[in-house]
Design a protein around this ligand. Structure first.
Ligand code: ATP
Length: 246
């Protein structure tokens, strides 16, 4: 077992995954630099979600390795992987899954409280994030009283509030309208950059991928190419330098 390069926060080597016998990933390798926003592109069914699940320790590949900060994730037991996901990672699904019995701020504060942060501090952080995502006015509403797009913003606030080391976002703006999508994505990427959060973003939308530092593309479970985006003209987004580590 060879350790990954030091400057990769995440590193995967030769991942092979089959779902019920049919291949979802076939020998996918990649490295993700610290603070980088990496888009994983590709058409529906190309393996994006499966790759994010492997990188985040939700799914163990049948073959291959995943490393987080030079620690092997593929050899961790389920409890250690659970703790890693709770303390260092955050996840945004394409559709918002909230706890129906909790209001918006309580949902957004939940991961912080699971990490042992006091209710008062967790509430302050949750309210700040709800405000930044323009849904501060919904803080006391239960999920049933929110629009689908508002629920997704709560899910995004919940992911950002604990300032995770790595944020996995699987089509995070899928339920939003086009105008909403741009605003939420900018908030997400700006927050990630200012807090040094590494983001792995699955998307099949070119506009979404354009906000990333780099895109890797999948087709039928294989990596097909890598697109290096040109630097941003005004430097406002502060794109980090990045390179392939495959
Ligand atoms: N739980 C599962 N059981 C069986 N097959 C699955 C399962 N999850 C994914 N697959 C299959 O594995 C392949 C890769 O799926 P995956 O969801 O990773 O792709 P994707 O690029 O994220 O697609 P989408 O954009 O539709 O979410 C597809 O052929 C899919 O049908």
């Amino acid at each position: 077992m060879v350790a990954p390069p030091d400057n990769d926060v995440l590193w995967a080597r030769a991942l092979h995954v089959k779902h019920n016998g049919s291949p979802a990933l076939t020998g996918v390798s990649l490295g993700v630099r610290e603070g980088e926003i990496l888009a994983v592109g590709g058409p529906r069914g190309s393996g994006k979600t499966t790759l994010l699940q492997c990188l985040s320790g939700q799914l163990q590949a049948q073959q291959g390795e995943v490393w987080f900060n030079s620690t092997p994730v593929h050899t961790m037991g389920p409890l250690t992987r659970e703790r890693l996901r709770r303390d260092r990672f955050a996840w945004i699904d394409p559709a918002p899954v909230l706890v129906p019995e909790l209001n918006a701020w309580e949902n957004a504060a939940l991961p912080l409280m699971l990490r042992g942060v006091s209710r008062r501090r967790a509430k302050t952080a949750a309210l700040e994030w709800l405000d930044r995502l323009d849904i501060g006015g919904c803080a006391r509403k239960r999920p049933y009283a929110l629009l689908h797009a508002e629920r997704q913003r709560v899910a995004i606030a919940r992911a950002l509030a604990p300032a995770p080391t790595v944020l996995f976002a699987d089509e995070p703006t899928a339920p939003l309208h086009r105008a909403d999508r741009a605003h939420v994505l900018r908030t997400l990427t700006t927050a990630a950059r200012s807090h040094g959060i590494t983001v792995v973003l699955a998307t099949h939308d070119a506009d979404t991928a354009a906000l990333a530092d780099r895109t890797v593309s999948l087709l039928d479970g294989r990596r097909v190419n890598t697109v290096h985006l040109p630097p941003v003209a005004d430097g406002a987004e502060g794109r980090a330098a990045c390179s392939l580590s495959v």
